[in-house]
Design a protein around this ligand. Structure first.
Ligand SMILES: O=C1O[C@H](COP(=O)(O)O)[C@@H](O)[C@H](O)[C@H]1O
Length: 223
């Protein structure tokens, strides 16, 4: 694991967007397309605002979420809504969107169909992850109902429910996260930095983010 520290989050978001764009461009030099997995939540929006205006062949970039809250796109909790409003706009509107949500009461109803669409995109070429202060990443939460399977199984996609998650979730498995060709984790603030340090000494069962730290570049700013 490598940690890159920044004096402020604005500089971090710009630098990380530049890094991700460079990795996508490099991938497109030798592959017919690049798959790009990004998180939702409150952190990545400014990165998306930078990326969506980068000049690259977005028509050959297949964009997916690392996880989704099982809520309608109209909800302000929707990661899909964040992706469509902040990343898949301007030049990046040309990207190919690989969905991680479909209109159904429960994620289990759509797991097979969504996995079938997602599988050809693996391994992910470039991955950006977030982390909660509880040390979850994607939607792999401590105490989740399918935590062991998400950490140790061969699934591509799982439905998850956890005490720390306000709604049912769907998430890429730890295997898919670990198999990414390039993996970045972006966190802001002292609380998450302390959580990251704790996770380095805990098991993935205790701290799911620990399952993906080896080989990950962590980007951190205090505020
Ligand atoms: O619920 C989620 O949490 C994590 C972290 O979110 P943040 O708001 O603290 O950045 C996020 O990476 C994930 O995609 C999201 O579904």
């Amino acid at each position: 694991m490598k940690i890159v520290e920044y004096p402020d989050s604005e500089m971090m978001m710009m630098d990380l967007a530049d890094t991700l764009a460079s990795e996508l461009k490099n991938c497109l030099l030798t592959h017919d397309h690049a798959s790009f997995a990004v998180p939702g939540g409150t952190t990545p929006g400014p990165i998306f605002d930078q990326l969506c205006d980068v000049d690259l062949d977005w028509s050959r970039v297949h964009v997916m979420l690392t996880d989704e809250r099982w809520v309608p796109e109209s909800s302000d909790r929707s990661n899909t809504r964040l992706l469509k409003e902040r990343l898949l706009v301007n030049k990046a509107a040309e990207a190919v969107y690989v969905p991680l949500y479909a209109d159904a009461r429960e994620p289990e109803e759509k797991l097979g169909a969504l996995s079938k669409t997602l599988t050809p995109e693996l391994p992910v070429s470039v991955m950006l992850l977030g982390m909660g202060a509880d040390m979850h990443t994607a939607s792999i939460f401590p105490g989740a109902d399918q935590l062991d399977r998400a950490l140790n199984g061969d699934d591509t996609l799982l439905a998850m429910r956890a005490p720390g998650a306000p709604e049912p979730r769907i998430t890429l498995s730890a295997k898919v996260l670990r198999d990414a060709m390039s993996r970045h984790l972006v966190i802001v603030g002292g609380e998450k930095r302390a959580a990251l340090e704790r996770a380095r000494h805990l098991t993935p069962q205790e701290a799911p983010v620990a399952a993906i730290l080896p080989g990950t570049t962590v980007h951190w700013a205090e505020s």
